[in-house]
Write a protein that binds this ligand. Structure first.
Ligand code: ZN
Length: 564
């Protein structure tokens, strides 16, 4: 079928280019969907449909009416974005126009909804006429529709991040970038400060110190606007725009902001993914510790925990360890809670230098690389392909739904859409996880960095801060046992454990990392479950989420889903 695309905007339309582009794109896409040939495009520039000027002599719609009256348009389809593009006169007048054109054998397609009007359908389905009637009425009160279109234009800016002329949009420019010759360009001396923030955080500096440094640098540079403090620095360390990603946001009804669509790679990155994840894991390991102290005398303060159990209690104390320097004899660490005269009554003292030496002596053997699942076993490509297929099916369902307003179809569409949304979220989480895994710093390299600073630690507070950060990235916790004054170093969620005596000598070494290879298990329901060589999967198994130990409830749920 031959199609005529009718494009119109009024003189009052804010964004003519956008309106025209949108109407043309919509028209072209509906032609593709239905297999129509676009024979001509009529562009009615700046004519107001409200007063019917587009229908007056000289207007394109006038031409259409004339040609239809002569019978030239029979068997063709006229595409308009919305009925209000055709006419905004009195609703009855609009319907008359629609009816007249249809009676002359012209099919009319509303591209924004996919609704089709022809003479036969109008006579058969009065509902269609009623919809058109109501819509024409709505077009009369156009403010709401116009508001929707403005936000659609902004949404388009958010997806391309370009202005109407195709240049990068300065409104979406982070403070360390500018638009030069239509391209996002890094302002290097500003970016240097941002990189400095990330590098300092990766090296274990606390937010207060980083903020102080960044503020000084910023003033030196004459970078205007608000001062920098802990809050901005925290936000900056979580801002994925430094990786070149842009996350479109939209206003929610209650005035908040929520994500509108997927983040896109759009800016030049100023921080590497490796550095980003090093910072993330550093922040994670320091969470709730109050951050490193300026002098950082006690490198082990974040890691060691008192495991004393009060008589009659099953709960260990769990307190951190405080460093106590003595006039004579070696420095000691003791339970912080006890030294503050808290509830813990454990007065055991451990030799700080011996324990630290024991930790550092064994650091290379503790730093085992976690086997990666990337590449061979990644489920991401499969899930991504599945999701693409499902999204296509969803679009087909939406198309069908536009053609026939059917409750059952709509319910099925909603159910399917909810399912696709859940799967999209799962895929996203998995992608984030794999990104973290691929770009995680090699534990061996971290251990070597720490050991390289070993000599300097005695005299250099910066070296101590860095070593503390590196240990935090490698070690989960060190349990201090007052009964024999041993220290148990726990790594990789317990897959690797080394026990040191009170002199820092190894007295026990448990290594279950050999479990980290793919294994197939038959669970209680007789299904084969593959546990891939992934620390997190094994942590789940160790934590009790074991496929061999399915509960009755799981079995019921499983058989129900299999039946469905
Ligand atoms: Zn204690």
């Amino acid at each position: 079928m031959e199609a005529i695309l009718y494009v119109r905007w009024s003189t009052k339309d804010q964004s003519k280019g956008d309106t025209e582009r949108r109407q043309i794109e919509l028209g072209a896409s509906i032609c593709r969907q239905r297999g129509w040939t676009l024979a001509e495009t009529l562009i009615e520039n700046g004519k107001s449909a409200y007063h019917g000027r587009n229908r007056a002599e000289g207007g394109k719609l006038y031409e259409v009416e004339e040609r239809a009256a002569r019978g030239e348009l029979a068997g063709k389809v006229l595409i308009v974005e919305a009925m209000d593009r055709l006419s905004r006169q009195e609703p009855l007048e609009s319907v008359t126009l629609l009816n007249r054109l249809a009676k002359r054998g012209l099919t009319i397609c509303e591209s924004s909804t996919g609704t089709i009007y022809d003479a036969q359908r109008i006579s058969e389905h009065w509902a269609h006429l009623l919809i058109a009637f109501a819509r024409a009425g709505e077009a009369h009160d156009s403010s709401r529709i116009k508001a929707k279109r403005v936000s659609a234009a902004w949404r388009r800016t958010q997806t391309d991040l370009t202005t109407k002329k195709g240049a990068d949009d300065p409104r979406l420019c982070p403070a360390w970038m500018e638009v030069i010759d239509g391209k996002f360009t890094v302002i290097e001396d500003r970016a240097d400060i941002i990189r400095g923030i990330f590098e300092r955080s990766a090296n274990g500096y606390g937010l207060r110190l980083i903020a102080k440094w960044a503020q000084e640098e910023r003033q030196r540079l004459g970078w205007p606007k608000a001062t920098w403090h802990i809050r901005n620095v925290t936000n900056m360390l979580h801002d994925r725009r430094v990786l070149g990603e842009y996350q479109p946001m939209m206003r929610t009804e209650n005035g908040g902001r929520s994500k509108a669509g997927e983040a896109v790679k759009r800016y030049p990155a100023i921080v590497t993914l490796e550095l980003w994840h090093q910072v993330m894991s550093g922040l994670e390991s320091r969470k709730g510790t109050g951050g490193p102290r300026q002098k950082c005398a006690n490198v082990l303060s974040n890691l060691c925990r008192c495991t004393y159990r009060a008589p009659g209690s099953n709960l260990p104390c769990g307190s951190r360890m405080t460093l106590r320097r003595q006039k004579r004899g070696p420095a000691q660490i003791t339970c912080s809670d006890f030294s503050r005269a808290g509830e813990c009554t454990c007065n055991a003292a451990y030799r700080y230098d011996d324990i630290l030496a024991g930790v550092l002596d064994n650091l290379l053997s503790l730093a085992m690389p976690a086997p990666s699942t990337i590449g061979q076993h990644s489920r991401v490509p499969v899930l991504r392909a599945e999701l693409t297929t499902k999204r296509k099916r969803l679009e087909e369902m939406a198309d069908r739904l536009m053609e026939q307003d059917d409750e059952v179809l709509e319910a099925a569409f909603r159910r399917f859409k909810a399912k696709v949304d859940v799967e999209a979220a799962e895929l996203k989480a998995l992608e984030a996880h794999e990104e973290k895994r691929t770009h995680a710093t090699d534990p061996h390299a971290v251990a070597e960095q720490a050991l390289a600073l070993r000599e300097q630690m005695a005299t250099d507070a910066d070296a101590r801060i860095k070593v503390q950060s590196y240990l935090g990235q490698l070690i989960d916790v060190i349990f201090m046992d007052p009964s024999d004054r041993s220290a148990t170093i726990v790594v990789m969620g317990g897959l690797r454990v080394i026990k040191l005596d009170k002199h820092g000598k190894v007295i026990g070494d448990v290594n279950t990392a050999h479990m980290l290879k793919d294994q197939s298990i038959i669970d209680k329901l007789g299904r084969e479950v593959t546990l891939d060589a992934n620390v997190d999967n094994w942590n789940r198994v160790l934590a009790g989420d074991n496929p061999m130990r399915l509960t009755k409830l799981d079995e019921v749920a499983q058989s129900a889903t299999e039946a469905a």
